[in-house]
Design a binder for this molecule. Sequence first.
Ligand SMILES: Cc1cc2nc3c(=O)[nH]c(=O)nc-3n(C[C@H](O)[C@H](O)[C@H](O)COP(=O)(O)OP(=O)(O)OC[C@H]3O[C@@H](n4cnc5c(N)ncnc54)[C@H](O)[C@@H]3O)c2cc1C
Length: 295
Amino acid sequence: MSTPTSNVLIIGGGVAGLTLALEVADHRSVTLVRPAQDDQGASRWAQGGIAAVLSPDDNLEAHINDTLVAGDGLCDLEAVRFTVTHGPAAIQWLIDKGVPFTPETDPAARYPYHLTREGGHNARRIIHADDATGRAVVDTLVDKVAQHPNITQRNDLTVVGLLQDTQGACCGAYGSDANHQWHSLTACHTVLATGGASGLYRHTTTPAPSSGEGMMMAAELGARLMNLEFQQFHPTCLFDPEGPAFLISEAVRGEGGHLLNEAGQRFMLAQDKRAELAPATSLPAPLTLRYSAAP
Ligand SMILES: Cc1cc2nc3c(=O)[nH]c(=O)nc-3n(C[C@H](O)[C@H](O)[C@H](O)COP(=O)(O)OP(=O)(O)OC[C@H]3O[C@@H](n4cnc5c(N)ncnc54)[C@H](O)[C@@H]3O)c2cc1C
């Protein structure tokens, strides 16, 4: 069974797919494939917040520098500069869409939303919605997508492959519904916004992770994949031998939480002068840790 052609087909309804859908839908017809029970993927689970230069006391060069230091020589300077420079406008876009970021309550503060700190950042620049930022962003954008007349949602499909035209170019995708019926979705432009590949690992802090399905589909069509070694290994999680691990937000260390070893001693001071706020590249091999509240 085939459905009408749309101009843009977006596969994946995390923050990337939802944002792109809203950005292009004023000018093009969009089909967004987003599984109905979409707690899959990372976006809804993001906690701590989003880093951007927002306070008048912060500046873009400082954020660029912090990112390059945390990247430990692996960053592409132009990509860092582009991302950091566009950060403030991206946050304003989310605010304009109605994301309920946590307001600042200190009357002396020079920015209306509360900014927290996270590892690797030498300034308060993490805007957040309590400790469920991803949920607030996704819920807001899902609501906007549902109201947009140019966006057709396909919540019934899991995409399993891309369609090829006679020249070998991508012209859409195909997938199956809950009744194992096949559906083809053709489009002028197809975007894979299918998230990462943490589901390939035995231990992951993404509760219902993507497993690189989108990358695999692109590779099957002949795309060359690159930088596959770049996976985020989050430095802190709660390890429960009887259940899945869950992530402990970086904001806990940002607001003064200490990392303790099994003997109850702080150990990060000996590793890095930034102590608990050092980026993950400074952390030693996996350790069993306890948190203590800041004194
Ligand atoms: C526990 C946790 C905490 C985090 N905290 C933060 C934080 O504080 N700050 C921060 O900046 N980042 C944080 N992150 C990272 C951040 O959440 C991700 O970088 C971001 O959400 C990625 O968005 P995405 O849209 O690219 O992918 P995802 O959110 O993973 O979305 C992928 C989408 O693709 C869909 N999909 C996948 N395969 C298919 C298929 N075959 N067919 C149809 N649909 C498919 C999924 O259903 C999903 O909708 C955190 C991540 C986790 C897991």
